[in-house]
Every structure is written in C-alpha cells, then in structure tokens.
Design a protein around this ligand. Structure first.
Ligand SMILES: [Zn+2]
Ligand SMILES: [Zn+2]
Length: 383
C-alpha cells in the first residue's frame, strides 16, 4: 500500500486514477482555489462588459493578423454562415439539405429517418423534459444581488442512481442528474433527491383511508447519510435523527478496518468535500434504501450559467419509469393495493384513488366488504 506517498503527493488538481473512469481523491475547495490563483478575475467574471472590440483587437494582435482578415474570419465563422435555409424564411429543422457533408446534419438525418421508421414523435414529453431545465435556465440572471451565484463558485454535476440499479436495469441510467453549486450543503443534496421510499406509507388503511398522509415515511424516519472517502455525513437536522452510520463504524472498528469518521450533512458544503470525480459514493436513507451518487463534473461558474441561486439544485435529467395504472379505469396511476378483496379482479390489485373509493365504500365512507388496503406509491408518479 502506498499510503505515505499518496499523502505526500496529495495534489489539489484532479488526476485520473483510472483513465476515463475516476480521478484520484482531491479537495473540491482547494481545486477551486487553484483555478482562481491561475486565472485572471476577468476570466471568471459574470459581467459582460468585457469589451468585444478590445477582445478582437487583442485576438488579431496575438494571431498576427490584420483587421481586414479578422473581420473576414468573423463573417466566415459566424453562426449565420451555417444557415442551410434561405434567409428570411423560417427554419424547418426537419428539412435536411440534400448532399450535405456536415457531420451534424448527417447525424440529424440518420436520427430523423430512424424516428420516422419507428414512428417516434419527436416531441415526446420525455425529450422535452430531459433538457428542459438546462435549456430554460441558461443565462438566467438573479433578480436580487443576494441571489446571484458568486463569481468563482464551483458548479458540480451529480448523478444519483436508483437503489439496486444493477439488479433491475441492464442499462445503468441515472435516476436524476442534479447541478449544484459548491456552497450547497449535503443536506441540500439530500432534499433534492426524491426517492419513492421516502413517500412509502407503512400499514393497513382500509378503515381509515384518509389517514394515509399522516404516515409518510419521510416525516417519521429522518435519518440518512452520505458516504464520501471514508467519511459518513449524517443528517442530524432534526431531534429525531439518529446516527445510522454508527453500526457500520462500530462493525469496522471491531474488525480492524481502517477507521471511518463522521460529520454532519448540514454542516458540510460541497466545496468542503474530498472526492474522486467519476467514483460511486453512497447515499442511504430509510434504513436500507441505498443509492449511488457519482460526481461527474466540477467546473467554475460561467456568466452563461444559470446565475440565480434560487433555481438550484437544478434538475437537468430525470428518468421516467413506466407507471402502473389502475386495474379498473386503466387511466390513472395506482394509489391503492388491496388484498383479500372480493371486488378485485386480481390479488393483490391496484386501484386509483377514485376507483378505489367508489368500489369499496358507500356514500357514508363505510367499507362495503372485508379487505385490506395499503397505500401504493408509484415510482413514476413524479414524472
Ligand atoms: Zn431511496
Ligand atoms: Zn381507476
């Protein structure tokens, strides 16, 4: 083991441990400081007053070209020169000019042909949602100065995966992708992860169906932790929170494993973390609901980023699992599972709230027969 040498050459600049997989561990805040030390304040400034003319003159000087060449280059390389439809006419993105040699257009044609062959509607809700937040928030400015993402803050991209992802999905696909700033705490991250186990309701409710909202797991079992690089970050924000990492820590200590340490989720900002980019870490809540968290990117905030703090954590992707529908109407997402139910076509059987109540209770809310009812939370209900 190269323990000593690892600390000696402890660098603040991420270096790949395994090419294209993950970097070595580094401290996010020190990495940011390293950046800020090497860059000029104008490089990461959010103000757009960096004069375009001055930039062009500078560019021409550095490249050793004349002002005429510079303006010619500007027009040849302008975005307008990529237009493939007559000027003044609206753009139809479904029309690809024939014999185009542009790679992007060739790829677009392949995709359109593929969609046409499979009769895929290009504007499915899914496509729309997946890039919606990223597209809508580009260049967003904050309304008040207090809500502006500070210059020189870092922006992290995090993928959060479903629990037991490897067992259920052959394509490993993130449940959500979140974009956060370095000043967010791990508690902010926890609150941004919406998992169906937080919304489960334990118990049988056929006699009191209206009581279900009072028994949501999230309100009763608030403990959770993240595990990054040998440190358990526990959520201790509420009096009922327990340190659920202690069992693992005691187990490891009793078996002479390297010692783990603990910290509070709410006191730890993302810039305080020591992490490896691309490495899978753990988020555990509701006792044993475990998710992988992978930080895929860390960079400095840019003036074209969403600069409104209030819009973060920004969800830029959400997987849409298929929803399970009510066995009666086949329209609404299931909300109730019943067993020993003589009104049901199957056992257990899934009902939407409306069908469930119409079928099982009279106008006074009394049960029409004996059955058990359990609240069902569909994983796709938050699409
Ligand atoms: Zn979960
Ligand atoms: Zn129904």
């Amino acid at each position: 083991m190269a323990d000593k040498s690892a600390t000696d050459c402890d660098s603040n600049i991420p270096e790949y441990e395994y090419i294209d997989v993950n970097t070595k561990a580094f401290h996010v805040g020190s990495f940011r400081d390293e950046w800020l030390r090497r860059l000029k304040p104008s490089d990461y400034s959010h103000r757009e007053d960096s004069d375009e003319a001055a930039f062009e003159a500078n560019f021409a000087k550095e490249m050793g070209i004349s002002a005429e060449t510079m303006s010619e280059l500007k027009s040849v390389c302008s975005v307008a020169s990529l237009r493939c439809h007559p000027e003044g006419e609206p753009l139809d993105t479904d029309v690809i000019p024939p014999n185009s040699t542009l790679k992007t257009l060739m790829q677009r044609k392949t995709k359109l042909d593929h969609n046409a062959a499979r009769k895929i509607n290009k504007n499915t809700r899914h496509d729309h949602y997946a890039d919606e937040m990223e597209r809508l928030t580009v260049c967003t400015k904050a309304e008040t100065e207090a809500n502006v993402v500070p210059e020189g803050d870092v922006i992290l991209t995090l993928n959060v995966y479903y629990a037991r992802v490897a067992e259920k999905y052959n394509g490993v696909r993130p449940h959500v992708t979140l974009v956060m700033t370095g000043s967010h705490s791990l508690a902010d991250l926890r609150d941004a992860i919406c998992c169906v186990s937080d919304l489960q309701v334990i118990g049988e409710f056929s006699n009191t169906p209206d009581m279900v909202p009072d028994f949501i797991s999230k309100d009763h079992f608030k403990s959770a932790f993240f595990f990054f690089e040998g440190v358990f970050y526990n959520d201790m924000r509420f009096p009922e929170c327990q340190d659920i990492s202690s069992t693992t820590i005691e187990w490891a200590t009793s078996r002479n494993f390297p010692a783990y340490s603990q910290a509070k989720m709410e006191d730890t900002r993302l810039v305080d973390l020591k992490i490896k980019v691309g490495f899978p870490y753990l988020y555990c809540h509701q006792g044993d609901c475990e998710h992988l968290v992978i930080i895929t990117d860390i960079r400095l905030a840019h003036m074209n980023d969403c600069l409104d703090k209030k819009l973060y954590p920004l969800m830029t992707h959400k997987h849409r699992p298929i929803t399970r529908k009510c066995a009666v109407c086949q329209i609404f997402i299931g909300r109730w599972l019943t067993t020993d139910d003589r009104f049901a076509p199957s056992h257990p059987c899934l009902f939407c709230d409306k069908c469930f109540r119409m079928l099982h209770y009279n106008a006074q809310g009394q049960k029409l027969s004996d059955f058990q009812a359990y609240a069902y939370v569909d994983r796709g209900a938050f699409n």
